[in-house]
Design a protein around this ligand. Structure first.
Ligand code: SF4
Length: 225
C-alpha cells in the first residue's frame, strides 16, 4: 500500500492542478514515446484474458504464457470447454493459477452464455465477468475498443500520489480524480505514461528522482533519502 501522499503545493487551485497534470503528461510523452499496453494481444478477447492473468505479476511474465494458451484455446468456447487442470498448467507461470484458471474459464462461459461469445463493450457488462474489476475493464475499453477508460493500477496509484494529484490510495477515487484532470480522449495514453513512469522511473522502492523528467513538477522529488 503506498504511503500517504505529499501535500499538494500550497494554495494550488484545481485549475493549477490541471495545468500541472497536463505539463507532467507532456513531459512523460517525451520521456516515453513508446508508452503502450505491454500485454501481447491480437483481439479484445486476448486482451481481456491477458489482463486478468496479469494480476500480481508482470506483463512480461503473462506474455510468456498467452501464446500457448491462445493457441490451444483461441476463443470463449475453447476456454469454456477446456479441462481445468490443463488450463491451470498453462497459466501456472503467471502465479495464483488455481484462481486465474477458474476465472478465465468462468469468463469463457459467461461470454458464451450472455454475450454470444463476444467481449462486451461497456463497463457495466465487463465488471460482471469473473475476475474483472474496473481496472481490467478500463484496459479493455481503452485499448481494444478505443472507448475512453482510465485504468488505475499499482503504478498509476503510486505515481499519482507522489505527484500530489490524489489524496487517497482508493483506486475508484483515483480514477475519478484523474478523469477530472484530463479530457477523455487522453485517458488511455495518460494511463500508459503513468504506468511506464512507475515501472521504469518512479519505482516503489528507490524512485529515480535524479533521472526523472517531471521532478521539477513533483512535490515528492528527492524525498526518498
Ligand atoms: S520526482 Fe521522484 S517521486 Fe516524483 S515522480 Fe519523479 S521519481 Fe517519482
Amino acid at each position: 500500500m503506498p504511503k500517504a501522499p505529499p501535500a499538494r503545493p500550497r494554495r494550488e487551485s484545481h485549475a493549477a492542478l490541471v495545468r500541472r497534470a497536463r505539463q507532467v503528461d507532456r513531459l512523460l510523452a517525451e520521456a516515453f514515446p513508446d508508452a503502450r499496453c505491454e500485454l501481447t494481444h491480437t483481439s479484445a478477447f486476448e486482451l481481456l484474458i491477458a489482463t486478468v492473468l496479469s494480476a500480481q505479476t508482470t506483463d512480461k511474465q503473462v506474455n510468456t504464457v498467452t501464446p500457448c494458451l491462445f493457441a490451444r484455446f483461441p476463443d470463449a468456447q475453447g476456454l469454456a470447454e477446456a479441462d481445468l487442470v490443463t488450463l491451470e498448467a498453462l497459466v501456472k507461470p503467471a502465479g495464483f493459477y488455481h484462481q486465474k484458471a477458474k476465472a478465465i474459464q468462468g469468463i469463457g462461459r459467461c461470454l458464451l452464455e450472455r454475450f454470444e461469445g463476444q467481449v462486451p463493450r461497456t463497463m457495466e457488462d465487463l465488471v460482471t465477468l469473473p475476475g474483472v474489476g474496473r481496472k481490467t475493464a478500463n484496459v479493455v475499453l481503452g485499448n481494444a475498443f478505443a472507448i475512453p477508460g482510465f485504468p488505475v493500477d499499482t503504478h498509476v496509484t503510486r505515481v499519482s500520489m507522489r505527484l500530489g494529484w490524489v489524496p487517497t490510495a482508493d483506486p475508484v477515487a483515483i480514477e475519478t480524480a484523474l478523469t477530472r484532470l484530463f479530457p477523455d480522449d487522453m485517458w488511455t495514453m495518460a494511463s500508459h505514461r503513468l504506468i511506464f513512469q512507475g515501472r521504469y522511473v518512479c519505482r516503489a522502492r528507490r524512485p529515480n528522482c535524479a533521472g526523472c523528467a517531471v521532478a521539477a513538477l513533483c512535490p515528492s522529488a528527492g524525498s526518498f533519502g
